[in-house]
Ligand binder design. Structure first.
Ligand SMILES: *Cc1c(COP(=O)(O)O)cnc(C)c1O
Length: 436
């Protein structure tokens, strides 16, 4: 047993030691499109290569979300019913990582914005709840989606349960077999979960005919979920990242963090967020970037992506498809190419060939920076975080932690660092076990 050192009892605090800084649930989502110096290039129809119209998306999404996808209004009101669900876990805590600071011996002040307090354990319900609400209001009775490791499927299953929708999820076969807990989570919320490819869709049967032993891919699962949604007027499809409306819903993260830091009299010098499709990073950083653009503040934003799937740091910025088959709209984004097959990494939520168009555009405009983090460095940082702060970060989130730790170790001034801690790793303990 160690006893608390004198250092622990006497270190002067320059900001309160608040675990949860009180603030209220935001009333509006923040739309970065309103403040961008140049508009984000539009999504294009895969056949005509003309900008998409609302009618192109209507078989898949409710009109309210299609409108949000192209909106340039700065503030979009959050419906009361969505705010009531958010209030189950929001405002999410902003926590001063004092023990981590001491362990690092850094003069910087480190805070983390913790999204792992949601019922699903990550930031993903912030958009799942909004998407389920708008679909329910427009009379849709069922949602379909794909999921890899299962975080998105579990979040949509949760949101569907809360708004009385059926939910059908196609989970990539390899994860369906190897990671049963998220499937159990989905089933507990009342969703149906199929391994993909399945024999329930024409697309799935074709994939199985080609290779009966295939372990599946996100691209195949997307094809199955979309096919079922398009074939039924009461069924829609939901996507958990990349699209503008998804990033919009996630801005509750950054707005709360801004208010929480303001209440402490702190100004963020640099934010670190992990980036797979870009939704938690965009959600945390866009309100800060908006303030930089409107008020001349200088908060830096650093996207932390896996070195094994480095779309922002290594990808080309061009139009590309969202899926392997080339059926989705063309999105202008940093991409490794739709046929890029990322190696199996533990941070399954970061294995996507492209990056959200809004995050990609912000990078091109110099509004945010990006770094690539090796998996071992990410896990080492996750373990350091767990042993000082207690929370076991999701494998995805450890990339942001690693970026922040490297920065804090090199810091020579009392700057303010904010980590976007997108989720907890409680259902990912086998990955930690393997690393150890
Ligand atoms: C899905 C997921 C991610 C990656 O998705 P983004 O859209 O890039 O945020 C990151 N962290 C966690 C915990 C996730 O579940």
């Amino acid at each position: 047993m160690t006893t608390p050192s004198d250092d622990l009892r006497t270190t002067p605090l320059t900001a309160p030691l608040g675990a949860v800084v009180p603030s209220s649930v935001p009333t509006h989502w923040y739309n970065l499109a309103a403040d961008l110096p140049e508009p984000c290039p539009p999504a294009l129809h895969p056949g005509t290569r003309e900008p998409l119209g609302p009618e192109d998306l209507a078989p898949l999404f409710p009109m309210a979300l299609i409108a949000q996808e192209v909106s340039t209004e700065r503030w979009i009101e959050i419906p009361q019913a969505v705010r009531e669900v958010y209030a189950l876990w929001r405002p999410a805590p902003l926590v001063r990582a004092l023990r981590l600071e001491r362990a690092l011996g850094t003069p910087a002040r480190i805070y983390y914005k913790y999204e792992g307090v949601s019922p699903a354990g990550s930031h993903k319900p912030n958009t799942a709840v909004a998407q389920a609400y708008y679909n329910a209001v427009e009379g849709v009775t069922k949602l379909t989606t794909e999921t890899g490791a299962g975080q998105w499927g579990a979040s949509l299953a949760l949101a569907s349960a809360l708004f009385g929708l059926e939910c059908e999820v196609w989970q990539v076969r390899a994860s369906y077999d190897s990671k049963p807990y998220r499937r159990m989570q989905m089933e507990t919320y009342g969703a149906t979960c199929h391994p993909s490819p399945s024999d329930l869709t024409a697309a799935g049967r074709a994939f199985l005919a080609q290779d009966p032993d295939t372990t599946g891919s996100l691209g195949m699962a997307i094809s199955e979920a979309v096919e079922v949604a398009v074939g039924d007027p009461h069924t829609h499809y939901a996507l958990g990242s990349v699209l503008n409306h998804v990033l919009l819903h996630q801005t509750v993260i950054g707005q709360e963090a801004l208010a929480q830091l303001d209440a402490l009299g702190e100004t963020a010098d640099v934010l670190f967020g992990c980036a797979g499709g870009g939704s938690n990073l965009g959600g945390l950083s866009f309100p800060f970037i908006g303030r930089n653009l409107r008020e001349g503040t200088t908060t830096r934003v650093v996207a932390c992506e896996p070195a094994a799937c480095p779309s922002l740091t290594q990808g080309e910025y061009r139009y590309d498809f969202g899926d392997v088959a080339g059926l989705t709209p063309l999105l202008k984004m940093h991409t490794l190419g739709k046929d890029f097959v990322p190696p199996p990494i533990h941070a399954g939520g970061l294995r996507y060939h492209g990056m959200a168009p809004m995050v990609s555009h912000a990078k091109e405009l110099g509004l945010l920076e990006a770094i690539a983090v090796e998996q071992d460095a990410a896990f080492a940082a996750g373990i350091e975080f767990a042993r000082t702060e207690g929370i076991i970060p999701a494998p995805e989130s450890t990339h942001a932690v690693a970026g922040a730790l490297a920065h804090a170790r090199a810091a020579t001034t009392d700057e303010v660092i904010v980590i976007g801690l997108s989720g907890n790793g409680v259902l990912d303990l086998p990955a930690y076990h393997e690393f150890l």
